[in-house]
Each structure stands twice: as C-alpha cells, then as structure tokens.
Design a protein around this ligand. Structure first.
Ligand SMILES: NC(=O)c1ccc[n+]([C@@H]2O[C@H](COP(=O)([O-])OP(=O)(O)OC[C@H]3O[C@@H](n4cnc5c(N)ncnc54)[C@H](O)[C@@H]3O)[C@@H](O)[C@H]2O)c1
Length: 388
C-alpha cells in the first residue's frame, strides 16, 4: 500500500466495504509484495480511448505497456493520455518487455483467442473484449488453460455490473413479474466505418452488438438450453476508412431465439443496418431495448443495456409504469477490465463471470449453426445462476 494511504483510500471510496477491501489489499500486498496491478493494453484503436482513461482512474492499477501492430497508435495513445508506459509493435515484444500482471485485449475480434492464449501461456491474467475467442471450443480451451495455470480470464461485456441489471434481477427474484414468459432485446445502428474486421469472417453484428443483449437476457432469465436463429447479410459491401469498399462476409442482421427452460423464450435482434439517430450515443436514447414480460408485470429498459437511462416497471392495472434507476450509479460500460483488475488485487470475486461470457459465445456460434442448417441447436455450456 505504498501508493495510497489508508486515509486517502477510505476517503476515495467512503464505505464500510472499502475497509474490508483495504484489509484484504494489505494482506495481498504483504503476501505478494504488490501494491498495484500492472496492466498491458493490446490494441490501441477506438475503444482504447474509453479503456485507457478508465484504467488510469483506478488507484489500484498501473498501465505499464501499450501495444499495437500499427505501432504509431500505441505511441499516440501514450502521448494522448500521458501514460507512463512502454510501447510495443507486437505481442511477442510486449511479453518480452516490462513485466505486467494482466493483459487487456482490445484488438480486432478475430485475434482475441490467439492473443489471449499467448498471454495466458506467458503467465498473465487476461481481460478480453468480446468475443473472448472465435469459437466456443477455443474459448473453453482458454479457460481450461487459465485454470491449469492458476490465472484469471474474463470476457466483456460488463452489463451485469449496472444498477439497472441489479434492479431487474431483483424484480424477477422477488416475483414482481409473476410467471416469466417472454423477453426481447435489440441493438443496432448503421455499423462501424473505421475497421473492416467487423464485416469479415469471425466479425458480425452478433459478437459486436447482440452480445450485450444475449448477456443481459441469459443473465436475467437463465442459461440458454437451445437456440434457433436466422441471420443474413443485408448489405454486401461496406465503405471503410482508409480501405475503401470491402466485402461483407459476417452477418449484419441476426434474429436469435433463446429457450431458457420453464417455458421462457427470449428473442434478440441485432444488426448493422438499423437506422437509429442515436447510433452509438446512449445519453438521449429512449428506445426500450430490453423488454421482459411475466403474467403479473413487465420491465422495459430505456436506452442500451450497456448504458441505460432507467427501467420501467409496469405491474399495476391502475397506475402507470414507474421509472426506476435513472442514474448510472457510477457504472460505465468500459469498466470491466478495471473492476476485474481490482478484484485480483483485493482477492474479491467480480460479478462478471467468465463462464457466462463463454456461454454467450456458444449462443452466438449456435445461432450461426442454426441459421445455416435450419435446425434447433442444443447448448452444452452453462453458468452459475442467478448471477446476483
Ligand atoms: N469501438 C467501440 O466503441 C467498442 C466498444 C465496445 C467494444 N469494442 C470492441 O473492442 C474491440 C476493438 O474494437 P475497436 O473499435 O477499438 O477497433 P479498432 O480497429 O479501432 O482497434 C483495434 C486495434 O487493434 C490493433 N491490432 C489488430 N491486430 C493486432 C495485433 N495482432 N496486435 C496488436 N494490435 C493489433 C489494430 O491495429 C487497431 O489499432 C472489438 O472487439 C470491439 O468489438 C469496441
């Protein structure tokens, strides 16, 4: 605890829970001679603009390395965010460079599995942007590898951390919706224009967008037992910055039906051709992107599940629906790596669960298989439920 004093730390977090965390932090520091978790960021593109400042905002984390195959991007981010970090042009140089504890993977989706494996092999914990691997089998092998080396691995998204997710989980558990029946999730915009990997094989609107709704709905209604889906390519070509016209190979439109058991069925639609004037900006978004129905009530989440503007609970024949949890309550969608990094230091368990991320990965793979074969696909994986 050389970097922050007890007083500063308590002031910063101002809660009784913090005192508990502090004592476990002190124990960790004594046992491991560690004061901060050293983090390496690989992939210094668009999303790193959200991750780097968030990681820097934690008193428990030091960003010590930045890496990008477009090396000038690593150098630019170091300068932009004034990071006291070494910069590297590839993962091999990164792993041979200054020591670190956890790698944060923010590269093109298709490379996550390969890069995460290299980091685990080198003894690093890993937080990966979604998806954590290209296939369920690859993801499962990564988790087995992490476990065999006593390392931690996590996959985005962090939606289970939001107060709105907690509120919805509580309503369901308290029976406010009665017998659960159906749910719907949707997330779409007109698609990213800055990188082609979103449209190449292994990309697509499911791992980029649908992944949030699938994580939310399985997180609230339970693991999927089976999947049926239809996916399509609506727009066969895309104009990409600096690259020109590229061929679209991954689905840019997907409808996924999830059987959660006990008769509960949910539906997710996601795509890169959905006009929405709010696009990526969630602040003013009023769309009810998640809706959950039971026979005594329904929940309608406003805005996106990764950054929402509240949840309506409608459970009265006489009174209008009430809006709850209008404020983010400190939650930010880009907080996953920071939160799990802090959980390593404090030896606490994060709400974000890698088995859940792996399950979501299997749902997306099953959806592709279902669409290609016209059949219902049985799921193999599951995760600890309820999450909260
Ligand atoms: N952009 C967003 O708003 C956003 C939000 C949430 C999640 N994500 C996820 O974050 C990931 C990255 O998305 P992005 O929008 O930042 O993409 P991006 O194209 O802007 O950035 C990716 C970066 O990774 C680098 N890279 C590629 N291969 C590499 C390798 N082998 N080693 C090192 N660096 C490599 C690229 O040069 C590029 O700078 C994706 O999984 C995406 O789904 C993005």
């Amino acid at each position: 605890m050389s970097e922050i004093s007890r007083q500063e730390f308590l002031k910063m977090t101002a809660s009784a829970g913090a005192a508990l965390l502090l004592s476990s932090l002190e124990t960790f520091a004594k046992e491991n001679n560690a004061t901060k978790l050293r983090v390496a960021v690989i992939g210094c593109g668009s999303v790193s603009n959200r991750y780097i400042p968030h990681l820097q905002s934690s008193a428990m984390i030091d960003v010590v390395s930045l890496c990008d195959i477009k090396y000038e991007r690593a150098v630019a981010q170091k300068k932009q965010y004034n990071v006291n970090a070494e910069t590297y042009p590839n993962i091999d140089a990164l792993l041979k460079g200054v020591p670190f504890d956890m790698m944060v993977t923010l590269t093109d989706m298709q490379l996550h599995g390969e890069l995460n494996k290299k980091a685990l092999m080198a003894g690093k914990h890993v937080w990966s942007e979604k998806p954590m691997a290209n296939t369920y089998a690859e993801g499962k092998a990564l988790l087995d590898l992490a476990k065999s080396k006593n390392l931690r691995l996590w996959g985005a998204p962090a939606v289970v951390n939001s107060p709105q997710f907690s509120f919805m989980a509580k309503c369901i558990q308290e029976g406010k919706l009665g017998r659960l029946a159906s749910a719907h999730g949707q997330y779409g915009h007109t698609g990213p224009g800055w990188s082609s990997f979103f449209y190449e094989k292994g990309g697509g609107s499911m791992p980029d967008l649908g992944v949030y709704n699938i994580a939310t709905l399985t997180g609230l209604l339970g693991p999927a037992l089976s999947i049926m889906a239809m996916t399509s390519i609506v727009n066969p070509e895309r104009m990409i910055d600096g690259k020109g016209l590229v061929k679209v190979e991954a689905e840019d439109n997907a409808h996924i039906l999830i059987d959660h058991g006990k008769g509960i069925i949910s539906h997710v639609m996601c795509g890169f051709n959905y006009f929405d004037p709010h696009g990526h900006e969630a602040k003013a978004q009023q769309l009810h992107s998640i809706q959950i129905f039971g026979d005594k009530g329904n929940l309608r989440l406003i805005g996106y599940d990764w950054e929402t503007n509240g949840v309506y609970l409608d459970d009265s024949w006489d009174n209008p629906a009430t809006l709850y949890e209008k404020e983010p309550g400190g939650y930010l969608w880009q907080e996953g790596a920071t939160k799990v990094g802090e959980s390593i230091l404090s030896k606490t368990e994060s709400k974000i669960n890698v088995e859940h991320a792996l399950h979501v990965l299997e749902v997306m793979e099953a959806a592709r298989k279902s669409s290609a074969t016209g059949t219902k696909i049985k799921m193999q994986s599951t995760f600890k439920f309820p999450i909260l």
